[in-house]
Write a protein that binds this ligand. Structure first.
Ligand code: PLP
Length: 377
């Protein structure tokens, strides 16, 4: 089956009890035990497994062409689980992209994870630097995020996988911005594809959920499943149900996100109050050719730098009318955010940068709104 068909059908079947075409929401936390102590339908207690979570995990496994999927209460829980599931017999040194999502930097900087693991960062777009960093000490895990948030840098996935494989390290990619529709990291050799399902897969800014899809059966996958069950950061049945509903329209939504984002990138590029636009679909993006090689579309996320500094950027963010000034990405509405003031001292975003998560509105309305906001600086 092709992607669009799988997104609609995977993990879902007509309910055998009622004939309902939509999977019912199963709220029961516990399941009846048979006289011999067994569980006839394979469910015992909903932290361990439940029908809605199982459907969603089956669906995401199928969409990423993976072996198995483990879901969590949020993208950050998925990220923490991946780090803590690095098998003990592997080196506990992790090489990460230097422009990784801000929440990961907070996790490393403000929890004991940062002290328990030897985490080093590198510019993932500089393959010589990646090789040097991976080879300078035994490395257990290499962490990519492409496109990255909010600088929209593109990592050459196959090239980094090759470097990591030579070093015997696991690889993980944060595939949130690309979605399984636009990028299939497992087919490029990555071991784990991670998502903040909260974003494009859920698609409507109304659920919080994370997922890790594994390429094959490994000790690390076993650890991920054990972490999910034992630490209990599991998604609710309702959020799984919402995610499974959202994913059915993922391909239709992504087509509009991509088309709108490209048109806005072109519009901003020629705007006289804009200094730079970062969007992999633009030919002048430094990694446009890499993006073309590994993505089937360039996504709905872009960032741009206005002429001026923090004040001018905030003026634009504060004077858009249709566009919402809000954090997050991947929803139906267009969101703008000044990451520099949100991320404060941990930021790597320039002062004049604005991130735009382009939604599904009419693109002319979005361009008019940006134009009027830019005219205020
Ligand atoms: N990864 C990326 C690229 C993100 O943008 C985010 C959230 O913004 C996360 C992970 C964390 O996901 P969540 O907010 O679902 O915990």
């Amino acid at each position: 089956m092709r992607f669009e068909t799988k997104a609609v059908h995977a993990g879902r079947k007509v309910d055998p009890v009622t004939g309902a075409v939509t999977t019912p929401i199963h709220l029961s936390t516990t399941y009846e035990r048979a006289e011999d102590g067994s569980y006839t339908d394979g469910f015992m207690y909903s932290r361990g497994d439940n029908p809605n979570r199982r459907s969603l995990e089956a669906c995401l496994t199928d969409l990423e062409n993976g072996y198995d999927c483990v879901t969590y209460a949020s993208g950050m829980a998925a990220i923490a689980s991946v780090i803590e599931s690095l098998p003990a017999e592997k080196s506990q040194r992790i090489v990460m992209a230097d422009d990784m999502y801000f929440g990961v930097r907070t996790l490393i900087g403000e929890t004991d994870i940062g002290r328990r693991y030897d985490i080093v960062t590198v510019d993932m777009t500089d393959l010589n630097a990646v090789r040097e960093t991976v080879e300078e000490a035994d490395t257990g895990l290499v962490w990519m995020e492409t496109p990255s948030n909010p600088q929209i840098k593109i990592t050459d996935i196959e090239a980094v996988v090759e470097i990591a494989a030579e070093a015997g390290a696991y690889t993980v990619i944060d595939n949130t911005a690309a979605t399984p529709m636009l990028q299939n990291p497992l087919a490029l050799g990555v071991d784990f594809s991670l998502h903040s399902v909260t974003k494009y897969i859920g698609g409507h800014s109304d659920l919080l959920l994370g997922a890790v899809v594994a390429k094959e059966d490994t000790q690390m996958l076993t650890n991920l499943r054990n972490w999910q069950h034992a630490k209990g950061a599991v998604p609710s049945s309702f959020d799984c149900w919402l995610a499974l509903r959202g994913v059915q329209s993922l391909s239709a939504r992504m087509r509009v996100h991509c088309a709108n984002a490209k048109e806005i990138a072109d519009f901003l590029k020629q705007h006289d109050r804009v200094e730079a636009v970062h969007y992999p679909g633009l030919e002048n993006h430094p990694s446009h050719e890499v993006a073309k090689k590994q993505m089937s579309g360039f996504g709905g996320l872009l960032s741009f730098q206005v002429k001026g500094g923090e004040k001018e950027a905030l003026t634009v963010a504060n004077t858009v009318a249709l566009i919402t000034q809000a954090t997050s990405l991947g929803g139906t509405h267009t969101y703008i955010e000044h990451r520099y003031s949100v991320e404060k001292e941990l930021t790597r975003a320039p002062e004049n940068l604005l991130r735009l998560s382009v939604g599904l509105e009419n693109v002319d309305d979005l361009k008019e709104d940006l134009d009027q906001a830019l005219s205020n600086i």
